[in-house]
Design a binder for this molecule. Structure first.
Ligand code: 55R
Length: 128
């Protein structure tokens, strides 16, 4: 039946990967985010993620939010989105994000937050 489950591994269009743990009774989950976006070097860096899914997994296509606290910079990204399943059973997470970068003073606060979209597709054959 059409039920999209958050736990498992996902990749976005930037080539970043994330792995989400099992969703607990309160809808909470944790995971790891391996970003492909590095201003410095080409090494994939891992950052922790924490989030919650609305009303556990009873829903077929649940909404969720999660925060990635980047280990390589003084910034944070929050993602909100929904888990969808198409008629071929392909799952995707359609998200919008806010990236908050650290700025030196309140006068620079105006340029501190970026917004964007990301679609994550499931990476098959990994801890399914
Ligand atoms: O300090 C920084 C600068 C750029 C970053 N880009 N990664 C992202 C930002 C928004 C959404 C997805 C990603 C990603 O890495 O997949 C992350 C931390």
């Amino acid at each position: 039946d059409k039920k999209c489950v958050l736990s498992g591994s996902w990749r976005n269009e930037l080539g970043s990967n994330m792995t989400i743990s099992a969703v607990n009774a309160e809808g909470g989950f944790t995971g790891s985010y391996f970003t492909a976006v590095t201003a410095t070097n080409k090494r994939i860096l891992v950052s922790p993620l924490k989030g919650s899914q609305n009303s556990k997994s009873q829903r077929k296509q649940p909404t969720f939010g999660f925060t990635v606290s980047w280990t390589f910079s003084n910034s944070v990204t929050v993602f909100v989105g929904q888990c969808f399943m198409d008629d071929n059973g392909e799952e995707s997470l359609k998200t919008m994000w806010l990236l908050r970068q650290e700025v030196g003073s309140p006068f620079a606060d105006w340029k501190a937050t970026r917004v964007g979209t990301n679609v994550f597709t499931r990476i098959k054959g990994q801890n399914m």
